[in-house]
Design a binder for this molecule. Sequence first.
Ligand code: HEM
Length: 92
Amino acid sequence: MITIGMNYHVIPGKEGQFENAFEAVTNVLSKAAGHDASRLYRDCKEPNKYLIISQWSDEAAYRAFVTSEAFRNVTNWGASEILMGRPSHQVY
Ligand code: HEM
């Protein structure tokens, strides 16, 4: 089991677009073998700050996801349009 935490700082006003993009990615992931669940958490005090917790039962499936072209399209769009800066890993 792999659990990844990612911290996202969204440009104020773009929270809805970020949440919709998260939904779109999780819809694809729900059909991916080796992916268990991904959840989106929002900071109550700073509502443009989010945490994604993503659980995978298969490391190869996780690697295939983060190196996929589809995911690169999301991250490129996110980096240029939605996020204040590069998301950071959360290690538990
Ligand atoms: C279920 C949804 C998502 C999961 C599980 C996820 C997971 C991850 C992971 C694990 C990384 C680190 C990859 C690495 O170490 O190379 C990452 C990076 C990133 N993610 Fe997400 N992410 C999700 C949704 C999103 C969305 C919706 C956006 C944008 C709106 C986004 C934007 C980014 C960006 C910009 C990076 C940095 C890419 C880089 O500079 O290499 N992610 N994400």
